[in-house]
Design a protein around this ligand. Structure first.
Ligand code: NAI
Length: 331
C-alpha cells in the first residue's frame, strides 16, 4: 500500500512518518496542493492524504479514481471542500480526523483575543525599539465581559470553558447545544448573541446554511465596537462587509485564523511576492485587525493525533474494518 500526501510541509512529514512506523504503508510527499493538474502525482498510489485547501471536487475525485485511488484521507476535521455526492458515486473510502485537541484551536482563539485586546504584538515591537510609551496600547479587562460562542461543538465547548474561567459571561448559539455546557453558559439565538456580546467567536462548520452568516445585516446587529474572532472557516464571514464595518467603527476589532480566499496564500512563504488579493491587503491596513495563517490546530499534541488517526483510518480501509471517521456519505 502506497499513499500520496499532498500539501505536505516538513512538519507534516515529520509527524506522519512517526505514525507510519506502526503501519505497513509507503508514503510519497508532495508540497503541491491537490488539483486536477496534480492528480497524476498519485500514480501508483491507492490512497491519498489531503488537507484543508486541497481540491476535492467531482472532477478531481473522478480523476483520482481513474488513476486507481480508492481511499482519501483528510488530515483535518472540516470537509466543506469535498464533493460528497461524487465521492459516494465513486465508492471512495473517505475518512477524516474529527477531533484533534479541540482545546488547541480554542486556546488559539484566546491567544488572538488576548493579543488584539492588549496589543501585545505592538508592545513587543515597540519595546524592542526602546519605545516604552503606552499610548495606543489601551485594552479592556475581560473579566465581566460577555463572550458569544457561535457553535458549541468540541472547539466551541472548549472555548466556552476558557472564557468562563476568565470570569466572562458566556452566551452560546447552536441549534444542537452540547449538554455538557448546561449550567455553565446561557443559550440564546444568534441575534441575541450578536446584540449582547463584547466578543463574538465563531466555532461552527462551514455549510450552505452558515456561509456568510456574518454579513452586513448581522454586523449591524452586533454591539458597536465589539470584537469578532473566526478560527473556524473563512467563508463564515463576508470579508467585504467586515471591511465596511471596520471602516464605520461598528466593528471594533477583528481576529481571524482563516480567510475566505486563504487557499492561494496560507501555508506558504509569500514574503517576496506581490500579493494580488486586494481584499486581504485592505484587511492588513487596519491596526485593529489580527490575522494568523490557519495555525489554530498547530500544536505537537494535535499533529500527533492527526497523524495517528489518519493511519488508523487507512488501516480500517486496508483491513475492511469498520471506521468511525467516515465522511457522511462514504460507502
Ligand atoms: P463540531 O462538529 O464538534 O461542532 C460544530 C458545532 O457547530 C455543532 O455543535 C453544531 O451543532 C454547530 N452548528 C452547526 N450549525 C450551526 C449554526 N448555524 N449556528 C451555530 N452553531 C451551529 O466541530 P468542531 O470540532 O468544534 O470544529 C468546528 C470548526 O472548527 C470545524 O468545522 C472547522 O471548520 C474549524 N476548525 C478549525 C481549525 C483551525 O486550525 N483553525 C482546526 C479544526 C477545526
Amino acid at each position: 500500500m502506497k499513499i500520496a500526501v499532498y500539501s505536505a510541509q516538513p512538519y507534516d512529514r515529520r509527524f506522519l512518518d512517526e505514525a507510519r512506523q506502526q503501519h505497513a504503508v509507503d508514503a510519497v510527499y508532495f508540497s503541491d496542493p491537490l488539483t486536477l493538474d496534480t492528480v497524476p502525482l498519485a500514480q501508483g498510489c491507492t490512497a491519498i492524504c489531503v488537507f484543508v485547501n486541497d481540491q476535492l471536487d467531482a472532477a478531481v475525485l473522478q480523476a483520482l479514481h481513474a488513476l486507481g485511488v480508492r481511499a482519501v484521507l483528510l488530515r483535518c476535521a472540516g470537509f466543506n471542500h469535498v464533493d460528497l455526492n461524487a465521492a459516494a458515486r465513486l465508492g471512495l473510502f473517505m475518512a477524516r480526523v474529527p477531533a484533534y485537541a479541540p482545546e488547541a484551536v480554542a486556546e488559539h482563539a484566546l491567544a488572538l483575543v488576548m493579543t488584539l485586546n492588549r496589543h501585545t504584538h505592538r508592545a513587543y515591537a515597540r519595546v524592542r525599539e526602546g519605545n516604552f510609551a503606552l499610548d495606543g496600547l489601551l485594552g479592556m479587562t475581560l473579566h465581566g465581559k460577555t463572550v458569544g460562542i457561535v457553535g458549541a461543538g468540541q472547539i466551541g465547548t472548549a472555548a466556552a470553558r476558557i472564557f468562563k474561567g476568565l470570569g466572562c459571561t458566556v452566551l452560546v448559539s447552536d441549534p444542537a447545544p452540547a449538554p455538557q455546557l448546561d449550567g455553565v453558559v446561557t443559550r440564546v439565538t444568534l441575534d441575541q448573541l450578536l446584540a449582547a456580546s463584547d466578543i463574538v467567536s465563531l466555532h461552527c462548520p462551514l455549510m450552505e446554511a452558515t456561509r456568510h452568516m456574518i454579513d452586513a445585516a448581522s454586523l449591524a446587529r452586533m454591539k458597536p465596537g465589539a470584537m469578532l474572532v473566526n478560527t473556524s472557516r473563512g467563508a463564515l464571514i463576508d470579508t467585504a462587509a467586515v471591511i465596511e464595518a471596520l471602516k464605520s467603527r461598528q466593528l471594533g476589532a477583528l481576529a481571524i485564523d482563516v480567510y475566505e480566499q486563504e487557499a492561494s496564500l496560507f501555508f506558504h512563504d509569500h514574503s517576496s511576492d506581490i500579493i494580488a488579493d486586494d481584499v486581504f491587503q485592505r484587511l492588513m491596513t487596519f491596526p485593529n485587525v489580527l490575522v494568523t495563517g490557519h495555525q489554530g490546530f498547530f500544536t505537537i499534541e494535535a499533529m500527533r493525533e492527526i497523524a495517528a488517526v489518519t493511519f488508523a483510518n487507512l488501516a480500517c480501509h486496508m483491513n475492511g474494518a469498520p471506521c468511525a471517521n467516515l465522511l457522511p456519505v462514504s460507502s
